[in-house]
Design a binder for this molecule. Structure first.
Ligand code: SF4
Length: 219
């Protein structure tokens, strides 16, 4: 996912409604958006990730899941999506690791609000197929964590478990651009060796938007 780098100001989750997911936070509000936490599974082990620094509480809110929620749980936690500027698949995990749940929830809310996916861009690699046609028509925008201008810098910070991850990420940007108009790639300013201008140049090469993120702030 595009990582959470900071905190939330308000949370509403299944736990507050006392259902079977206990106190898990499945959806939380921030800046008028609803952020959705559908999994704690991850493709990477980013050195800057709160959870790999044993920090699951984000400004007092615990994003650790005791169990993987169902699509119905998540849809219920979101409530009326029309109350938000955006519903954003984010959280402390990579949403495309649970592709079927992601697609089901996105389908249910699409058209009632703007739907954005924050991803590490490794969905095609992990799923072994091009998932971007499946996302088209269900999400309106994708924000992809590029994180670095080179494979060496990327591997240093994101610690992928397999070779070829960075090229797969670049391929994902290209595939996503063919399916969905609103694509943004991001990189975090403040990480050693990350060249923000070079990351922006990569975004330009792919014809997508770029957003600079700041370490320790919510994205
Ligand atoms: S991709 Fe995974 S490890 Fe990296 S910041 Fe996001 S949640 Fe953390």
């Amino acid at each position: 996912m595009e990582q959470l780098l900071g905190s939330t100001s308000h949370i509403k989750g299944q736990g507050e409604k006392g259902n079977s997911t206990g106190n898990d936070t499945l959806a939380y509000e921030l800046h008028g958006n609803c952020y959705v936490n559908i999994t704690n599974q991850c493709t990477l082990k980013c050195s800057f990730c709160p959870k790999f620094n044993k920090q699951w509480d984000v400004q007092g809110y615990n994003l650790r899941l005791s169990a993987e929620p169902t699509a119905a749980d998540i849809i219920q936690a979101i409530g009326d999506p029309g109350r938000y500027h955006e519903v954003v698949f984010c959280g402390l995990g990579e949403p495309t690791m649970r592709l079927s749940v992601l697609l089901e929830v996105a389908q249910a809310i699409h058209g009632r609000t703007w739907v954005r996916l924050n991803t590490d861009g490794l969905g095609n690699l992990v799923q072994g197929m091009d998932i971007t046609p499946e996302l088209a028509g269900k999400v309106d925008a994708i924000s992809i964590s590029l994180n670095a201008q080179s494979e060496t810098v990327y591997n240093h910070h994101c610690r992928p478990p397999q070779q070829g991850t960075y090229p797969a990420l670049l391929d994902f940007i290209s595939s996503a651009k063919k399916q969905i108009d609103d694509i943004t790639v991001t990189a975090i300013d403040g990480l050693v060796g990350v060249d923000i201008k070079a990351c922006r140049d990569i975004a330009d090469t792919y014809g997508v938007k770029f957003r600079r993120r700041v370490l320790d702030q919510v994205g």
